[in-house]
Design a binder for this molecule. Structure first.
Ligand code: BTN
Length: 257
């Protein structure tokens, strides 16, 4: 008998992340929206993960749509951090590093494209991270949204998937449960010591490092050579005027030198 996605996800969370509560949907508009609704209507116990087999209004960064057909991985991990939002600003880079560490355990090497893209070595997008924060009296609630192409159909010209990369042994239900526990540890590490523990590994996986880039940041367009990330998570760019640190922005062009 085939086990359903929801049943298998519950089994794997009991095995790998027993302190997490979870809500599983076969289909939902967006796990981000569902997480917010859970937080406002119920006394949901944290940490909590909302996970869906498919989304019909998945949200990407900068208001983009995140296409979420069956077979992909779509989850929002809700955790509480004893820190204010400003101190957590570089945490999305830590999430990317944690995802890369987990894939590496399965023999899959991925790259990280500042700020929040997960890439295969051939420069195609494998997944993305969307983090939203909800300030509370003495803590910050983090909604860590993660979308990864696993077995879903993709446009292979621009995207890759866990399956297209040949990582046949990774199952999304188990992978998602293992990630929950790793994210909790990553958050504790980040609150105590920022990106320090992951900076070296982030650099080795830095997709933009040494490439010629163009970035839209606010009303500015910055061009130069990517020179890694700072210890606080800014992207360093060598421009004709010297080094600039970019805290938020959107990469509009990337070229090999
Ligand atoms: C990006 O634009 O690269 C970030 C994409 C994040 C998509 C995930 S899928 C699970 C969660 N629910 C959403 O609606 N979005 C995030």
């Amino acid at each position: 008998m085939n086990t359903s996605f929801a049943e298998q996800t519950k089994v794997e969370f009991e095995r790998f992340a027993p302190d997490w509560s979870i809500t599983v949907f076969d289909c939902i508009d967006s796990t981000m929206n569902a997480s917010r609704a859970l937080m406002s209507t119920e006394d949901t116990k944290l940490p909590h993960c909302v996970i869906a087999g498919e989304q019909d209004a998945g949200r990407g960064r900068d208001g983009r749509i995140w296409t979420s057909s069956p077979g992909g991985f779509y989850a929002t991990y809700m955790v509480s951090a004893a820190a204010d939002g400003a101190r957590l600003s570089g945490f999305s880079l830590m999430v990317g590093a944690t995802i890369a560490n987990l894939f590496e355990k399965y023999g899959l090497k991925i790259q990280l494209k500042w700020p929040n893209d997960l890439m295969s070595a051939d420069g195609k997008k494998l997944g993305g991270i969307l983090i939203e924060t909800v300030p509370r009296a003495k803590e910050t609630l983090l909604l860590i949204g993660i979308g990864i192409n696993f077995d879903n159909p993709i446009d292979s010209a621009t995207m890759s998937s866990v399956r297209s990369l040949g990582a046949a042994s990774v199952q999304r239900e188990e992978w998602g449960a293992e990630l929950a526990t790793m994210l909790e540890h990553a958050l504790l590490d980040f609150v105590q010591q920022g990106l320090r523990a992951e900076l070296g590994r982030w650099s080795k996986r830095d997709f933009l490092l040494g490439k010629s880039v163009e970035i839209e940041s606010g009303d500015k367009i910055i061009t130069g050579i990517a020179d890694g990330i700072s210890s606080l998570g800014a992207l360093r760019i060598v421009t004709s005027l010297g080094i600039e640190e970019i805290w938020s922005g959107h990469i509009t062009k990337v070229a090999h030198r």
